[in-house]
Design a protein around this ligand. Structure first.
Ligand code: 8OZ
Length: 363
């Protein structure tokens, strides 16, 4: 009989996870020169290796994919070496780790871009939001519309970054299809007014995400490929007129690709779970493999949703920052430490590797 408690092992494709608690991807803006993971990153991630699965912060597939200051990449030999330190440290503690790969699309700024060029997007529609650049928050730049003949290059960059992830020792890859970045910009009609094969219909708007996921799965195996979606989130100042049929279609197609998990931000990212009407059970019913639920989970909600059979794995984000031993604390009912918002984005070891475990000392 399948063990359905949160704190017992779970089989995810070829991997045996030690429990059903997942560390969600968390942007920390601490990469060093060359956008290589900092010397502290291996410590930070290994301190949190008791999660059943660690998913890294969003990591660029190319220089063109960056939209925030000091976020790491996975497209140079030095970046691959840097991530190797991280995966070795997590594996040494018995943990498993996927890298989240992203292209930010229109959520970028010319000062972060190769040659100071405009960010690329499905359509030349500027998002009414800011990004972190030049040590402060500034309006994102006006994007330009990707030409049809540039789209295969985006797919290829995701494929190559997935190959690099294997070279860096990752257990798998999560394709970032959520939170208002490039792949979601194609999916949601508030950001996509294209009239070619990548715009208009539900099928056309899903096309880039599905091509990218198929390319990654072919490169590293579908059983090591996950996808993150946020059907009703407006993160990145984005909107979608038809999320239910759009995402029902995507879930069916991702299921057909045989990928190992669907990671779903239920509600507004980092905000209310009931931000907009959406039938997540219907979405889940269309995806046959592992359903990883995220957004505002605490222990009682995770236990209840597991008992109801509504999800298989549960991703906790911010609680993992201040609680490197979050799994142990949830298990024992110990209080959770608060995080320091001042050290969330940017900086060094402070507010990164110095949060103590319950035992009292930073590991
Ligand atoms: C917070 C700050 C910057 C980026 C996301 C990668 O929302 C992010 C992100 C979160 O997915």
């Amino acid at each position: 009989m399948t063990d359905t408690t949160l704190f017992h092992p779970y089989t995810l494709g070829p991997l045996q996870l030690s429990n059903r608690i997942v560390m969600a991807p968390l942007t920390r803006n601490r990469a060093g020169a060359g956008l290589v993971p900092s010397e502290h990153a291996a410590t930070y991630y290994s301190q949190r290796a008791s999660a059943g699965l660690v998913i890294t912060e969003a990591t660029q597939i190319s220089a063109d994919a960056q939209g925030y200051q000091d976020t790491p990449g996975l497209y140079t030999p030095a970046q691959i070496d840097g991530w190797r330190q991280v995966t070795d440290a997590v594996h040494a503690k018995g943990g498993k780790i996927f890298v989240q790969l992203w292209h930010v699309g229109r959520i970028s700024h010319v000062d972060l871009r190769p040659g100071g060029t405009a960010p690329v997007a499905p359509s030349a529609i500027r998002a009414a939001t800011k990004t972190f650049v030049n040590n402060g928050f500034h309006d994102v730049s006006e994007p330009r519309s990707l030409r049809l003949d540039e789209i295969p290059g985006i797919v290829e960059d995701f494929r190559q970054a997935a190959a690099n992830a294997m070279a860096a020792g990752f257990d798998g890859v999560e394709v970032h299809g959520a939170n208002g970045y490039l792949l979601e910009q194609f999916i949601k009609d508030g950001a996509n007014t294209r009239t070619d094969a990548y715009g208009g219909s539900i099928e056309n708007r899903a096309r880039l995400l599905l091509e990218v996921t198929a390319a990654v799965a072919k490169e590293i195996g579908a059983d090591r490929t996950g996808v993150r979606l946020s059907p009703v989130s407006s993160a990145g100042a984005i909107s979608c007129s038809d999320p239910q049929p759009q995402y029902d279609h995507i879930a069916e197609r991702l299921s057909a690709l045989g990928i190992v998990y669907l990671h779903v931000v239920e509600g507004a990212t980092g905000g209310p779970r009931d931000a907009a009407p959406f039938d997540f059970a219907a979405l889940r019913a269309r995806f046959k493999n592992t359903y990883l639920a995220n957004n505002g989970y605490d222990l009682p909600l995770a236990k209840a949703r597991l008992a109801e059979g509504q999800a298989d794995l549960f991703a906790f984000g911010r609680p993992f920052i201040g609680n490197p031993d979050l799994v142990e604390r949830l298990k024992s009912g110990a209080p959770l430490a608060a995080l320091n918002p001042a050290t969330l984005y940017g900086g060094g070891a402070a507010g990164y590797t110095d949060y103590p475990t319950l035992a009292g000392a930073a590991q």
